[in-house]
Ligand binder design. Structure first.
Ligand code: SF4
Length: 365
């Protein structure tokens, strides 16, 4: 989706060169305003606020915390991840994207107070804990590569320490800026993957599976560890075979030894998203599966269906890489047990499993 308006929040003192770069690449004159609330009102009044919010970008400061723990729920096994909030929303357009109903209104923001970001990051890293920190939770990690040097700075910054790891999560192929950086394997480049059918039907504006895997192979050649996320897994006739082929394609492109982890999570959504998908993606059938409300109030596939596909995918992964760290996103011990034959507590808990793998792949101390 094309960005047609660039707003600059003048309540924050902003570096003109940062604004200039966004304006130049977008070919837009920045609209300077101290009343961003007016922009929010405009987006809310649009016929399709979710689409309108992808056509306007606000450059502003983040006045809240940059870092927060992933808000897992008590009922499901959480991976103990830290989210680094670099901006919100996304230029791509996936039918199932939770961000459509998460922000009010959904609107592209990129935070420019990077000195505050790095100060907060250092404070956390200096606390001495081993951390996994990711930027791909409230946005895609690599959508601003042509506009900002933030990824370059983050990767270089993580390369200077040995306790924590940065995970960049994307559906793009915007990896050119990662070449030649002194990453010291402290950045994991991760792709969300899906079947070619799901990508074509439900993920507008994203890279094809082949392109994502080629980009992953390139990052591997540049020395980066990798990760893959099967999320959301969508059930449809023939999906088991199709997802197995995605597993095969991953191992056909990159080395099992270079994959820090693979995660899996089936489609889940807050009931509010149902009507958004119905309205914005009328030909999408993803909301018409066998869903039940979970303990976190999100709708999910009926448990036996989730277990069946997890089991199937895990068996396929094990064929290629018996020891690869594979985990389930937001599932309970019973689902783990029935899908994988063990629950994370056998290995000290999911955070320990992932920290151990990060330590091994990224050389953490
Ligand atoms: S790529 Fe991710 S953040 Fe972007 S629209 Fe798709 S699901 Fe949402």
């Amino acid at each position: 989706m094309t960005i047609t308006a660039l707003y600059v929040d003048t309540t924050h003192n902003m570096d003109d060169s940062v604004v200039g770069r966004f304006a130049r690449v977008l070919g837009l004159s920045p609209i300077r305003t101290e009343n961003i609330a007016q922009v929010y009102e405009q987006i809310k009044r649009a016929d399709d606020p979710c689409a309108a919010g992808k056509q306007a970008l606000v450059l502003t400061a983040n006045h809240g915390p940059f870092l927060r723990k992933c808000p897992g729920t008590r009922e499901y096994t959480c991976c103990d991840y830290h989210i680094l909030n670099i901006g919100t929303y996304c230029t791509m357009d996936c039918a199932y994207c939770i961000l459509q109903s998460y922000f009010h209104p959904p609107l592209l923001h990129f935070f420019v107070n990077h000195e505050d970001l790095f100060a907060e990051l250092d404070q956390l890293i200096d606390s001495g804990q081993q951390l996994r920190i990711g930027t791909g939770e409230f946005t895609d990690s690599l959508i601003w590569e042509s506009y900002s040097d933030l990824t370059h700075r983050l990767v270089t910054h993580f390369g200077r320490q040995e306790r924590s790891v940065l995970e960049l999560k994307t559906k793009t192929t915007a990896i050119a800026g990662l070449e030649g950086l002194p990453h010291k394997r402290k950045t994991i480049v991760a792709w969300s993957v899906n079947t070619p059918e799901v990508i074509a039907d439900q993920e507008r504006g994203t890279a094809t599976l082949k392109a994502r895997l080629r980009a992953a192979a390139q990052c591997q050649a540049w020395g980066y560890p990798l990760a893959f996320h099967f999320d959301p897994i969508i059930l449809y006739p023939g999906c088991e075979r199709a997802y197995a082929q995605v597993v095969d394609a991953i191992f056909g492109h990159v080395s099992a030894e270079n994959i820090a982890w693979i995660s899996m999570g089936t489609l889940r959504f807050m009931p509010l998203l149902h009507s958004v998908i119905q309205k914005r993606f009328p030909s999408s059938a993803i909301i018409y599966g066998e869903f039940i409300p979970g303990l976190d109030n999100k709708m999910r596939y009926f448990k036996p269906l989730r277990i069946k596909i997890y089991k199937h995918l895990m068996a396929r992964i094990r064929r290629h890489a018996p020891d690869l760290t594979t985990y389930l996103c937001m599932e309970d011990d019973a689902v783990w047990d029935q899908s994988f034959g063990f629950s994370p507590s056998l290995h000290g808990g999911l955070p320990v499993m992932l920290d151990t793998s990060a330590g091994r792949h990224c050389g953490l101390r």
